[in-house]
Design a protein around this ligand. Structure first.
Ligand code: C5P
Length: 301
């Protein structure tokens, strides 16, 4: 079984739309201790290639189990690239919010890549697995890498970030997700007519991470997709206000949302924030997480 973490983006700066429809971004990913478990088993080694996906979750989900699932695409890509054969079963236990801006779909693709590497003894390096991941989705390489990393290009080009310390996060999740392409489109619409420069890494954020300064990190959190997510889901503004009113060091929409990530000064503060956000009545569900954590990891065979 492979355990794969979700992520939050501490910074997400978005450049203009590229000719291929993507946007160049400068982002800092941090892997958080909320995990999906991906178990891949061989059903029949002599059968035709077939991928049977099943999903379990505490909350009802409408995740497709066909070719539109990133885990399915990951299996297809791995089978073709490494000439694998046989039918497999892919069981996913979901804890990462679905369509929540926390790379839940990417985590499942990452889990399949790492699981197939192990199951078929392919002996791939992390870099090689991340390269395969990049062909499946922009966030898949980071789901494999974990930790804290700078992402450039469409987010798939990674360099580890120099960080110290462990951070306490409180995540306000929503029961209905947001579509990433729709949020990028809305971001373009809101910025129409403006000149958009090449995205740059935030120096104050990198400085905060390298000195483990949670207060400074809270102030430096930043996401260019936040305005778009709030435009489509106005309730997110209220959630951000409530978290800040209750003393979060900082709050930001994660990725394309709708999850809102609040930074707490320590575990106790995080617990206080959970209670405040839960009792406010404006938040669907509240989770606590510690970060950074390692990326996709085989935890048993
Ligand atoms: O790479 P991924 O499949 O996760 O991207 C989903 C969609 O999000 C893309 O089709 C694109 O519309 C948008 N996107 C983008 N720029 C990025 C990453 C994603 O425009 N850097």
């Amino acid at each position: 079984m492979v355990r794969v973490p979700g992520k939050v983006n501490l910074q997400l700066s978005v450049g203009p739309k590229r000719a291929d429809g993507y946007h160049d971004i400068a982002t800092i990913f941090q892997a958080v201790s909320i995990y999906d478990d991906v178990r891949v088993t061989i059903k029949d080694p002599d059968a035709k290639s077939a991928f049977d996906i099943s999903i379990s979750s505490e909350h009802p989900t409408a995740i497709p189990t066909d070719k539109s699932n990133l885990a399915y695409i990951a299996a297809e890509v791995m089978y073709e690239k490494f000439e694998l054969s046989g039918s497999i079963e892919i069981k996913i236990n979901k804890k990462i919010p679905v369509a929540g801006g926390m790379a839940g779909g990417s985590a499942n693709a990452a889990g399949v890549i790492v699981a197939l590497d192990s199951l078929f003894s392919l002996g791939l390096s992390r870099d090689e697995m991340q390269e395969v991941g990049a062909t499946i989705g922009s966030d898949v390489p980071f789901s494999i890498a974990g930790g804290t990393a700078v992402g450039t290009g469409r987010g798939e080009r990674l360099t580890p970030a120099l960080t110290r310390g462990q951070y306490s996060w409180v995540l306000a999740t929503s029961s209905s997700g947001l579509s990433t392409p729709a949020i990028y489109n809305e971001c373009d619409r809101l910025r129409e007519g403006m000149s958009i420069s090449t995205p740059q890494l935030s120096e104050s954020l990198m400085q905060a991470l390298s000195t483990a300064d949670a207060k400074a990190l809270g102030k430096a959190l930043q996401n260019d997709l936040q305005a778009a997510a709030c435009s489509i889901r106005p309730a997110l503004r209220l959630i951000l206000d409530v978290g800040m009113d209750y003393g979060a060091l900082g709050g930001v929409v994660s990725g394309s949302g709708p999850t809102v990530a609040f930074l707490a000064s320590d575990e106790e503060h995080a617990l206080d924030l959970v209670v405040a956000l839960t009792s406010s009545g404006v938040v669907g569900n509240v989770l606590r997480a510690s970060a950074p954590v390692v990326g996709a990891t085989v935890i048993d065979r």
